[in-house]
Design a protein around this ligand. Sequence first.
Ligand code: PEP
Ligand code: MN
Length: 337
Amino acid sequence: MVIVMRQDATGEQVAHLVEKLKEKGLTAHISRGTERTIVGAIGDERVLQAVPLQAFPGVEQVMQILQPFRLVSREFRKDDSIVNVGGVKIGGGHFALIAGPCSVENWETLIETANAVKAAGANLLRGGAFKPRTSPYAFQGLGEEGLKLLAQARQETGLPVVTEVMNTSQVDLVAKYADMLQIGARNMQNFDLLKAVGDVRKPVLLKRGMASHVKEWLMSAEYILSRGNYDVVLCERGIRTFETYTRNTLDLAGMAAARELSHLPVVVDPSHATGKRSLIPPMSYAAMAGGADGLTIEVHPRPEEAFSDGDQSLLPKDFSELCQELKRFAEVCRKTW
Ligand code: PEP
Ligand code: MN
């Protein structure tokens, strides 16, 4: 059971309701968002049958939600959520084109890439400062220096920035510089990290774990919403299958299923999903046609020199061509950006 409090509900009204739930032997889970407070009643809800919760002062709506991911589900909110990232809207027909290098390497390459993706039509800049690498000997990212470069690139281009946070101790630091916090595939079930970004009032890009079911991915999003942060965008980035030709297998049905089950926007990452530059355009078109709310694409001006993921990075001119095509398709796909 989810009880949505009115926007003007007082702390006393919330406490009164919580008291009643406790009296009935239930546990109350309170999530305080910027706009309203939501109270989840946890336990055997049959004891509430005779309690007129709707009549409690401050209560706006009482909802019976069957899915375990309550706040994330379409049962909780029928309409698409729109997440605002530094002034850029994602979801509800607003298409996000997130682009940039895999890693922030140095100022010159970053600003060259940022200017190029902006000119092509990207509306958000991506780049990793903290990198989750398979090998401890591989480039691990510039850390705070990389975050500073991203903030500087935002100042020069006006593009809000998206960057990964790898552990709880980095959350405040990354939130200080970034407009959107990325939770990488490897951390999708790092529950302490999910709670920590749930406590921050910054949008989160939650990538799907490479071995996670759609419903597990949605449960991870629920962790963030349950702490009061409703600004979550899901990202399908491919899952592990028996196929080895591509780096991962892009699960477009999973993307569409997530959009069906949840009101949250879902974007697609064809770069990590395929690992191959040539496959990025076809998968981007397919994602847009399938209803995705955006794309996140790696771009590098000299992929052969990239510190990470050069094979799957588009050249700026190829990215620009891709954007031209996507713009032609956008109208029939009912997307704007
Ligand atoms: C990335 O976006 O650079 C990244 C590391 O992605 P993933 O977590 O999906 O592997
Ligand atoms: Mn990458």
